[in-house]
Design a protein around this ligand. Structure first.
Ligand SMILES: Cc1cc2nc3c(=O)[nH]c(=O)nc-3n(C[C@H](O)[C@H](O)[C@H](O)COP(=O)(O)OP(=O)(O)OC[C@H]3O[C@@H](n4cnc5c(N)ncnc54)[C@H](O)[C@@H]3O)c2cc1C
Length: 299
């Protein structure tokens, strides 16, 4: 039996061969490849050792909001779709046990309703909880890492384990506990108390983001990490006069220079070209080597 047939036999795994993956990233570059939708943890515990035993490479994609996929994706894409009863968020709790596939938008709504301090950090970040933890997503209101008490993962051997978070678990857009091949399946979150002013803070910050970021376009969020806390990548690209530069259907956003927008008919090669133009300009102008924030397979 080949690997595809074995995956299809795992209850809770839905396998799609040579599938259109375009809608699995917010940038919407056209992409095809094999996909498996996983609907529960037990299924994942069977899937990962199977892939491992066949030396099959895989990539977890959450909302694909910080992910670029090539035209032909050689890695198997794993997408989590765990069930979750949203009435769990009808009441305020001291701790929250949440699945990795849950969207941060639900957490923002919950924070607005109850005024949860610390949860303003989710504002406007398009993400699944798993992707946000992996990236230690954040804004200038803070980072998600500060709210995570523990994370549950499935390793390549299929073993479920819980990692307690410490002061060293996260740094800027990075975690230090997900090992190669691990999949985050859930997390326990805390909040920092109740403050009714949080609701307004979230609404104001959403308005601010709408004005400063191209939220209505197809993009992958910030393409580059800020080289330094006080040195914003977008500002540096803007100062070089690169805003609006296009390669094919891709354009450096006129609204925020660290965003690349797909205005239509764009592909992976064009993305790589535009990124390399920006990088070589940065090197020439400032002598700074830009590091990608967006995730690209094989990088
Ligand atoms: C319009 C826009 C605005 C944005 N604004 C911000 C912002 O203000 N701040 C910010 O930090 N980011 C921002 N981003 C980027 C993006 O929202 C974050 O990086 C987010 O954390 C990505 O979550 P995701 O679920 O989409 O992960 P994906 O993009 O799908 O994946 C990102 C990485 O996480 C890994 N991953 C995903 N899920 C899991 C899992 N369950 N287990 C193990 N690994 C996993 C993937 O393999 C990949 O390496 C923005 C993006 C867009 C499109």
């Amino acid at each position: 039996m080949n690997i595809a047939e074995q995956i299809k036999k795992i209850p809770g795994c839905l396998f799609y061969q040579d599938y259109d993956l375009t809608k699995y990233t917010t940038m919407r570059l056209s992409s095809r490849g094999d996909l498996v939708e996983v609907t529960d943890i037990k299924a994942l515990q069977q899937l990962l050792p199977l892939l491992n035993s066949h030396h099959k490479k895989y990539l977890v994609v959450g909302w694909g909001a910080n992910q670029i996929l090539p035209s032909i994706c050689e890695e198997l894409i794993i997408h989590l779709d765990f069930s979750f009863d949203l009435s769990y968020l009808d009441v305020e709790r001291e701790e929250y046990h949440l699945p990795a596939s849950l969207g941060l938008n639900y957490l923002t709504s919950h924070a607005v309703k109850f005024g949860l301090k610390g949860w303003e950090v989710f504002t406007g970040i398009p993400a699944s909880l798993g992707g946000a933890i992996y990236m230690n997503a954040g804004t200038n209101l803070g980072e998600i890492g500060n709210l995570i008490k523990s994370v549950t993962l499935v390793g390549v051997d299929g073993v479920l384990r819980e990692e307690k978070m410490t002061a060293d678990s996260f740094t800027y857009r990075h975690n230090h506990f997900v090992k190669p091949g691990d999949v985050i399946v859930g997390a326990t979150l805390i909040h920092l108390g109740i403050d009714p002013a949080i609701s307004q803070k979230i609404k104001d910050y959403l308005e601010y983001r709408k004005k400063t970021q191209p939220l209505a376009t197809k993009n992958c969020g910030c393409v580059f990490k800020n080289p330094h806390k006080e040195l914003q990548a977008g500002r540096l690209i803007d100062l070089m006069g690169l805003k609006g530069l296009t390669v094919g259907g891709l354009r450096i956003s006129p609204k925020h220079a660290n965003f690349i927008e797909n205005t239509g008919n764009s592909n992976w090669d064009q993305f790589e070209s535009l990124v390399s133009i920006i990088k070589s300009n940065m090197d020439c102008f400032y002598g700074i080597e830009f590091e990608l924030e967006v995730k690209i397979p094989y990088h």
